[in-house]
Design a binder for this molecule. Structure first.
Ligand SMILES: Cc1cc2nc3c(=O)[nH]c(=O)nc-3n(C[C@H](O)[C@H](O)[C@H](O)COP(=O)(O)O)c2cc1C
Length: 358
């Protein structure tokens, strides 16, 4: 369209080019919804033809293949894969807390888990995750029957130098004794949070505060505890300047943004196509927690849309040094609000539109 417009511009008919373009779009859309879509939505073969020359999904397909390769590579070359370890330990923990616990379970992945723990422990050293893995496996081996597969894994587990156990081991526990009711506090927080688009650029939130919020965001639920995301915090002005204009939705206030978080999804947490949406779901859940955590500290946020756009993905990947199986899910502008400015009402759906029982 750009070239056509330029040509028309030379002969002074730019407006005509615009009109023709919009008429063409309208006609195309009418033909699509009335003639083409009613037929192809029922015939997968036609759908394949329709998307044959489309690059819309190519980016995601390539990303999936890179993620799967990375996952399998780490599995078979025995390099550390914390996603796999967290997932397997989580599955074993679930097995341990079953009401009617079986005396033998996790046979198909207990060896893989011990191997991965050995590998991660060697490369990663001890931290809470590794301690948790040791504690859960200790519990597992003490309550399961000694069938050959378990015995073999247990022997190898025993060879690992066990870290000093924490006073309270990380194994399934009951947490209902000290529960409090936070409804009123949460209600106030949920009503208070609004998207902030104008920030005090002279007062960037301290990293210690942001880190505290990130730790809380990390408590968000994620599928099998895999947490396929990372928050990339951009509070350095030169880098921020290169990023703020990329999400289209910052038009009109990009120069007011004090700092930004790029929520990066990591597709390499699972080797299956069925799990390809995990990073979007889990990344979004954690992002909401992050925004609430920041709000609770008086730091305002504005989520920023990140549409499907390979060129923009590539730009961010280059700026942040992302891997081929990582991509931005969304961005979050953050900072102390410029209190002279307004926020939008953004009235919501009614309860009847929001929910439907059964
Ligand atoms: C995924 C997502 C993307 C968003 N993208 C933008 C954006 O690009 N620009 C913008 O100004 N607001 C953006 N918003 C903010 C919404 O407009 C806002 O959340 C909504 O209108 C509700 O208003 P509130 O957040 O002030 O309650 C986005 C929100 C979400 C959840």
């Amino acid at each position: 369209m750009g070239i056509v417009k330029k040509i028309f511009g030379i002969v002074g008919a730019e407006k005509l080019a615009d009109q023709l373009f919009h008429s063409w779009i309208k006609m195309k859309e009418k033909i699509q919804y009335s003639c083409i879509y009613p037929i192809i939505i029922h015939v997968p073969f036609f759908q394949n033809i329709y998307f044959l020359f489309s690059k819309s999904f190519a980016h995601e397909k390539k990303m999936f293949l890179m993620a799967r390769r990375q996952y399998l590579k780490s599995k078979y070359t025995k390099t550390q894969n914390l996603f796999l370890l967290r997932r397997n330990i989580h599955r074993i923990e679930k097995g341990l807390l079953m009401k009617e616990r079986r005396s033998v379970f996790a046979l198909d992945y207990i060896q893989e888990t011990v191997d991965m723990l050995a590998c991660v422990f060697k490369e990663h050293g001890i931290d809470a995750q590794i301690q948790w893995a040791f504690d859960v496996l200790n519990e597992y081996f003490s309550v399961t029957d000694s069938v050959p597969v378990i015995l073999k894994a247990k022997e190898e587990f025993k060879l690992l130098v066990q870290p000093t156990l924490a006073a309270e081991p990380f194994v399934p526990y009951q947490n209902f004794a000290d529960r409090k009711n936070y409804f009123e506090t949460f209600k106030a927080l949920a009503h208070q949070r609004k998207s902030i688009r104008y920030f005090d650029k002279n007062n960037i939130p301290e990293r210690t505060k942001v880190d505290e919020a990130v730790v809380l965001a990390g408590l968000a639920p994620s599928s099998c505890n895999r947490q396929p995301f990372q928050f990339r915090i951009v509070d350095e002005p030169a880098l921020l300047k290169k990023l703020v204009d990329l999400p289209g939705g910052t038009r009109g206030f990009a120069n007011q943004i004090a700092a930004m978080i790029v929520v990066v999804g990591q597709m390499n947490v699972s080797p299956t196509l069925a799990d390809r949406h995990l990073m979007y779901v889990d990344g979004s859940l954690a992002s909401m927690s992050l925004m609430f955590a920041l709000e609770s500290m008086g730091i305002g946020t504005c989520p920023l849309n990140w549409p499907e756009d390979k060129k923009k993905d590539d730009k961010v990947s280059k700026l942040l040094g992302l891997k081929g199986y990582e991509r931005p899910i969304m961005m979050i502008a953050y900072g102390y609000a410029d209190e002279q400015e307004k926020v939008a009402c953004s009235v919501r759906k009614s309860i009847d539109e929001l929910r439907k029982y059964n």
